[in-house]
Design a binder for this molecule. Structure first.
Ligand code: HEM
Length: 406
């Protein structure tokens, strides 16, 4: 870990809280992100000012209670425009609901909350189970697969297409778009890709306007606030953001967890032996492998945990590290399926907590259940190289797996 302070640090930041840690883009981070994130506690202050990547200057917390406090504090924190998704200045749209503050934020969430509540997502259970099994059917007799392309990417994309009311034939195109947008490697092309997605979504929105159904895009298109329809730009912003939020995160959580299982056959036996405990197993794997972060900025000066922060400062809750906070969990680096359930920060906290949390958990749980039922023993393909690329969502690029075929 680099620890030398770089120059551009605001005057109000105490020198002893400055660190230069290269997260997301750093070589050491990318070698093994979860080993890196697990090791942050004990080496770093719980709240510090980071001059390294990804923000290049801003507060960062790895403390679970501090992150919760900040995420719940609407009076001092706001969500900045998501810079990795560049938009046309002359035809701007807001990423809804993430870029919307209270109280307007709630009215947008109300449109889809019934579909995404614990009860609402159960309507998708049979579909998800069938989709997971269709994917396993294609590989089970081969004795090998590339988990990312054969399972982790198609499963959430197909669920998402069904949830949104989009044609399943678009699967490959959607995977390409999301991968290109989320990975910083293609940042130069981000504007072009955003325009392609927008053009496609505009046609779908028009189609849903003419032919309503009970799926998510149609509900957004036909929603009204006090009798007024949503603006065309807000319809685009909501649809667009769901597209980004719902696809890559699930893939990363699956990839990280299957990689861990492939490397820990004894722990897989434990999972196989206890199919009735899938909810807690899901929660624990999602705690251990949170793939993303919450970026905010200070809308007012604030003293938090004895540290003075100024209006305009950027602030990041580094969620995967917060989930390893020893103040909250005993042996936080261990994966323990018997833990007493406590709030994990994988889906963040406060008003912007993930709208898809229940859906993501259901996808993960069904994926785990069906996979272990049909492929209970598997390992990494000998010689497999596990690589991480800089991305706003952390997960290995590919996970080649093998298993014995009877
Ligand atoms: C394992 C999978 C997932 C993870 C780890 C995850 C994580 C997160 C996180 C950390 C946030 C907060 C972002 C921030 O504070 O800047 C968030 C917000 C959000 N997520 Fe997810 N997500 C997942 C799956 C999904 C799915 C499947 C959907 C779509 C149905 C979804 C829709 C959303 C939406 C709409 C928001 C914004 C909520 C708001 O601003 O009120 N997510 N998610």
């Amino acid at each position: 870990m680099a620890t030398t302070a770089e120059p551009q640090v605001p005057d109000h930041v105490p020198a002893e809280l400055v660190r230069n840690i290269d997260l997301i883009l750093g070589e050491e981070f990318l070698k093994d992100p979860y080993a890196f994130m697990r090791s942050m506690h004990g080496k770093l202050p719980r709240l510090f000012y980071n001059t390294g990547s990804p923000t290049g200057g801003g507060w960062m917390t790895i403390s679970h209670p501090t992150a919760f406090k900040a995420l719940r504090d609407q009076d001092h924190f706001g969500v900045p425009p998501l810079f990795i998704f560049p938009r046309d200045e002359d035809n701007w749209f807001r990423m809804i609901p993430l870029e919307i503050p209270s109280p307007d934020h709630r009215k947008f969430r109300n449109i889809l909350d019934p579909m995404l509540s614990p009860k609402g997502v159960l309507a998708l259970e049979a579909d998800i189970t069938r989709l997971a099994n269709d994917l396993i059917d294609k590989i089970v007799d081969k004795g090998e697969c590339e988990f990312t392309t054969d399972f982790a990417r198609p499963l959430p994309v197909m669920v998402f297409l069904s949830f949104m009311g989009l044609p399943v034939e678009k699967l490959d195109q959607f995977v390409k778009w999301v991968v290109a947008l989320i990975q910083f490697a293609e940042f130069d092309r981000a504007k072009e890709i955003m325009a392609e997605i927008e053009t496609y979504l505009s046609t779908v929105i028009e189609e849903k306007r003419a032919n309503p159904d009970d799926k998510a895009i149609s509900r957004i298109v036909h929603a009204t606030f006090d009798g007024e329809p949503m603006t065309e730009r807000d319809v685009m912003g909501f649809t667009f953001f769901l597209f980004i939020a719902g696809i890559d995160t699930v893939y990363a959580a699956l990839n990280n967890s299957w990689l861990w299982m492939a490397r820990n056959p004894d722990r897989v036996k434990e999972l196989v032996a206890d199919p009735d405990n899938r909810d807690l197993q899901t929660e624990e794997l999602l705690r251990a492998f949170a793939p993303t972060f919450s970026g905010r900025y200070l809308t007012e000066d604030l003293e938090l945990d004895g540290v003075l922060m100024k209006k305009g400062d950027s602030f990041m809750s580094f969620l995967p590290a917060c989930n390893y906070d020893p103040e909250v969990w005993d042996n936080p680096r261990e994966i323990d399926f018997t833990r007493v359930k406590k709030p994990i920060l994988t889906f963040t906290g406060g008003i912007h907590s993930c709208m898809g949390g229940h859906l993501a958990r259901l996808e993960f749980k069904i994926g785990l259940n069906e996979w272990l039922r049909r492929i209970p023993e598997f390992s990494l393909k000998p010689g497999a190289e596990i690589k991480y690329v800089p991305s706003g969502v952390v997960g290995p690029e590919s996970v080649p797996l093998v298993w014995d075929v009877a």
